[in-house]
Design a protein around this ligand. Structure first.
Ligand code: TTP
Ligand code: MG
Length: 365
């Protein structure tokens, strides 16, 4: 598995759920579909305090936006459905969506409750990447009943701009040879980090598009954008090479193995999964850590990915105990699988082990 560099462009996905909190609420109240729905503080008939967290795309047609005072949202559309947020519901939904996304990624980085970057350079080229994007959208729709927007590009920021450009329910693929044409006509404010204030200052200088940014005087840009002037100029020139770095603190550990095209039998895959699981158990013992959740992942010849997870009755690191879970999880996946191209095991919900005590199994591995 390579990560671009000399071998060619990286293939980076930015995935962002559409009107996330509002879409989750609509999923639970199907009668709200198609209506303006606002999540946030109670408007109290127009005198309420507090803000809009988000709203459905129907509500956006009235001009309602995130972070707007709820009283103003009420003024813009008194007939909207106003709902209080249910944060734990959104957290749980987010965790499942992120689990799906992580299954596709060579490298994965969640950046907010509803947004993540995936480096999937291993999918080969941007045409294949488009197919993977469709699969991801289909899987999230099937499993969660939600839509997302995906941008695919050789870099993170361009991928983010592409996912924004396709909202809602979009899939915008920008291969390297299309980057310049894609960016040039966009308004400066579509660059993350250029807010309304910077945009106004740029407009005052006659700089309205990314094309104009590319041609602008760097010193003048510096006066408006400060230190980010260089980054913005680079981006306008299509330079976007920040990497997808997995979040610093390990919330999970995982091991994967790819198989050559052709036939790798279920027996061989199961053996591989068990040895990956044993390796991970040794890692847990070295770090004196325990795992509560075990996930098995299988990727097929068409790049579609299946994962199944199990939460153990209590945190563990004994190879036999965890191996049993791996077998239970893997068997149904292996039964329905045709050609298996990758198998992986992940341990999550990690917790520190007893500092004084090592189990017998730890010494025998
Ligand atoms: P966003 O992805 O910024 O917005 P969104 O998913 O609602 O809509 P879009 O289709 O434009 O992506 O934020 C994700 C969630 O984070 C959003 O549903 C609610 C929450 N949020 C806040 O609570 N306060 C805020 O100011 C913003 C911007 C978001
Ligand atoms: Mg979103």
């Amino acid at each position: 598995m390579h990560h671009g560099g000399e071998k060619g462009p990286r293939i980076i996905f930015h995935v962002d759920m559409d009107s996330f909190y509002a879409s989750v609420e609509v999923r639970h109240h199907p009668d709200l579909a198609g209506k303006p729905v606002v999540i946030g503080a109670d408007p109290h008939g127009g005198s309420g305090r507090g803000v809009v967290l988000t709203c459905s795309y129907e509500a956006r047609r009235y001009g309602i936006r995130s972070a707007m005072p709820i009283s103003r949202a009420y003024m813009l559309c008194p007939d909207a459905i106003f709902l209080p947020p249910r944060h734990s519901l959104y957290q749980e939904t987010s965790a499942r969506v992120m689990g799906i996304l992580e299954g596709y990624a060579d490298r994965f980085c969640q950046v907010s409750i509803d947004e993540a970057y995936l480096d999937i350079t291993s999918c080969g080229d941007f045409e294949a990447a488009g197919r993977v994007g469709k699969m991801i959208k289909e899987e999230i729709r099937r499993e969660e009943g939600l839509t997302c927007s995906i941008g695919v590009a050789p870099g993170k920021t361009i991928a983010k701009i592409a996912s924004d450009a396709g909202k809602p329910d979009g899939l915008v693929v920008v291969p390297p040879e299309r980057v310049e044409d894609f960016l040039s006509p966009l308004p400066v404010e579509s660059i993350p980090g250029i807010g309304p204030k910077s945009a106004r200052a740029l407009h005052a200088m006659g700089i309205r598009t990314v094309r104009a940014l590319r041609e602008a005087d760097v010193q003048a840009l510096r006066e408006i954008l400060g230190r980010s002037a260089v980054t913005v100029r680079d981006l306008a020139a299509g330079i976007d090479d920040d990497e997808v770095r997995p979040a610093g603190h390990a919330k999970s550990i995982s091991r994967e193995q790819t198989f050559p095209p052709g036939s790798t039998g279920p027996r061989e895959v199961l053996d591989t999964l068990l040895s990956l699981s044993d390796e991970l158990c040794r890692e847990l013992a070295r770090e004196n850590t325990l795992a509560r959740t075990v996930t098995v992942k299988i990727r097929l010849g068409d790049f579609s990915t299946r994962t199944r997870s199990q939460t153990l009755p209590r945190p563990a690191r004994e190879p036999a105990k965890i191996g049993k879970a791996v077998v239970e999880l893997a068997l149904p996946l292996l039964q329905e699988a045709a050609e298996i191209r990758l198998a992986g095991v992940r341990f999550s919900a990690l917790s520190p082990g007893d500092p004084r005590q090592k189990t017998l199994e730890d010494f025998s591995t």
